[in-house]
Design a binder for this molecule. Sequence first.
Ligand code: SF4
Length: 217
Amino acid sequence: MSKQLKNAEETQAILKVIAEMFPDAKRELDANNNFELLIAVMLSAQTTDKAVNKVTPELFKRYPDASALAGAPLTEVSGLISRIGMYNTKAKNIINTAKILRDKYGGAVPETVPELMELPGVGLKTATVVLGDAFNIPGIAVDTHVERVSKRLGLVRQNANIEQIKSALERKTPKEDWVKTHHRLIFFGRYHCTAKRPNCANCPLFDECLVGENYLR
Ligand code: SF4
């Protein structure tokens, strides 16, 4: 297999190895409905899922739907989520998002990327995760783990941006695997090919990796 940019067949062979390592990879954010899922994914930007799971139970207990959150005082919401990064901005965004859900969508979460991306604080990654997990509309959401792993393994070009990574991965994999691929790449990045200390010495993909040797020196 080439060490450089992988073709579709090589990409799928690599993803098969990752699937064997993490067969049960799934979303780790806690959410009981689509509203909670959207808010939890928004809160998870640049923060761990574990940290978000610690603040959302009380947040959703006090504000269980879009209408309740839309009317919430900013200081209270900020206080409830103050243990996670960028909590002030996130508090503003989730309240303003809740207002739009209440006023424009009758409290429901919209089901298209453009509609979701019109919500304050919702980017392509959040929209793709919500569509996949809430509505079973497939897509490979690209977060920091997916980007790092895809580049280290040469699944995408080194200078690819988030949209280019998403479309390259989707082009090289069957549609029915997109959501699973997203979760597996995240698990691989979170628990094996971590940002600072990847486990290259015990990596079944070492021979295919563009950078593994650098971490063994
Ligand atoms: S060899 Fe190291 S950097 Fe490359 S995929 Fe494996 S763990 Fe990640």
